[in-house]
Ligand binder design. Sequence first.
Ligand code: WTA
Length: 561
Amino acid sequence: MTLKQLKIIEPVAGDHNLPDYSEVRKDFKWEDAGADLSFKETGLLNMAHEAIDRHVDDGYGSKTALHYVNGDERISYTFKEVKDKTDHYARILKENGIVKGDRVFVFLPKTPECYIAILAAIKIGAVAGPLFEAFMEDAVRDRMNDCDAKLLITDKDMVERVPQTDIPSLETILYAEDIEAAPFREDGEEYTEWMEAEDGMLIHYTSGSTGKPKGVLHAHRVVTHQYESGKWVLDIKDDDVYWCTSHPGWVTGSVYGLFAPWLNRATVVIQGGRFKAEHWYKLIAELKVTIWYSAPTAFRMLLSQGDVLKDYDLSSLRHILSVGEPLNPEVIYWAWEALGVRIHDTWWMTETGAHLIVNLPGEKIKPGSMGRPFPGIEVGILDEAGEVVPRGTTGQLAVRTPWPGLMKEIWGNKDKFDSYFKYEGWYLSGDLAYQDEEDYVFFQSRDDDMINSSGERIGPFEVESKLIEHPAIQEAGVIGKPHAVRGEIVKAFIVLREGFEETAELLEEIRIFVRNNLAAHLAPKEIEVMDELPKTTISGKILRRELKQMEIEKSAVKHTL
Ligand code: WTA
């Protein structure tokens, strides 16, 4: 493996309020982490308290906690207002019989209510399950059934996609509109349930290559890791206006859209609506966003729109971060030239709870690398025997266990959980990477069939299972096909049943079938009909890797990394 010779970008003065990160790396200890959090002093732990109520107690109640922007709509709340609204939601959840440990799902668009509902569930000791707003009925049902959800908060616009049947555990569906309309009572009651470090807090459903999406459960102890990464990696200071573009149904949207910034008392921007370059730039200019966290797909779309950014004053931006998929060096050079700000790549996973590989603001950036291990984190590149390979050699990206953000369990699936820890003392990520002499880690690919489209993690099995429910389909194999802007797109190879003919209408009908039952981002963008699918001779399993290889050879798009 040859290391690419790319131009390194050194930090610039004025770009950040730069602390001396070499000292941070030397001095950081998990035992001392989270020193500002209140549970360190009181012994009373709850994520919602640390993220919101603590700031009100500390005299920051009148500080702006959020700006919500959707088209021409503008709403702002202070930390005190977020606390009051969270208490209001908490009271209604309690009145509906929710007790500590129950699973409460939140299926809402990116609105303040979505963030507040998640916090309220956590505040009263329930496990919050945020769902991506684009899910359709079956995707919602599967996830709620897997962990026996008891209550769902949604809104009336989404009601058609809310399963009303076949979820035996579900007792109540609440509409955000009704909660908003219910009279607010400032009764001074304390709704916070004090939790143990290992008590469940958040469940995110995420995909691998086999089986349906798995429920990754995080415990309240994750607070320390999320707080420290917000402090050092996001570099949040008191006057920052912080915008993460992800929906809380994805882990980036919950951890870095909500928890980490609020743990660090940032003013958080919530933006509804779809991607449009002009709207995004306008939002940054209007709200004077200083820290911006997004994904390579979005940056590539902005880059492809070229000069649009010249019409906006983006000089408030002092820090940009990226996550979710490989960040192309040309994107980093583009931002550096166009905005004078470096894009800092970050690597982590739903399972890891918070950042593990990062570019701290004051450190040099090597485009093509995801950065270096977060302080207190040890990365290992392992061979098949679980031994660490020499620097520069590609192997399995692993992380020394434990650390505070590491998931607590995979809901109801101990075998799956154990599979992450097959090498003693290591967490196995499923990514392949190499590390250079200066500890920088370079992502190479996934080691399994997981699809990464626009930074969204898609499991081929869920899509294949839905495809074969269609009457025309006998078999299906689903892969990620390389794509210049989205990284990968979902491509399905199918074998038709006897009596069905390949027509453009049928393929469109199949695409819509998946879109209407699962979600638009899970529907294959391309469908190819085959006479048979490649399979293993012994078990007859579909060889997705072979399908993917075929596609890569055919495809004109080459990954830059
Ligand atoms: C991929 C998202 C390249 C990786 C936070 C990982 C990345 C999976 C990067 C986790 C990055 C995440 N460069 N690939 N900076 N960050 N990935 O659980 O394959 O949705 O295993 O968490 O995204 O996806 P997840």
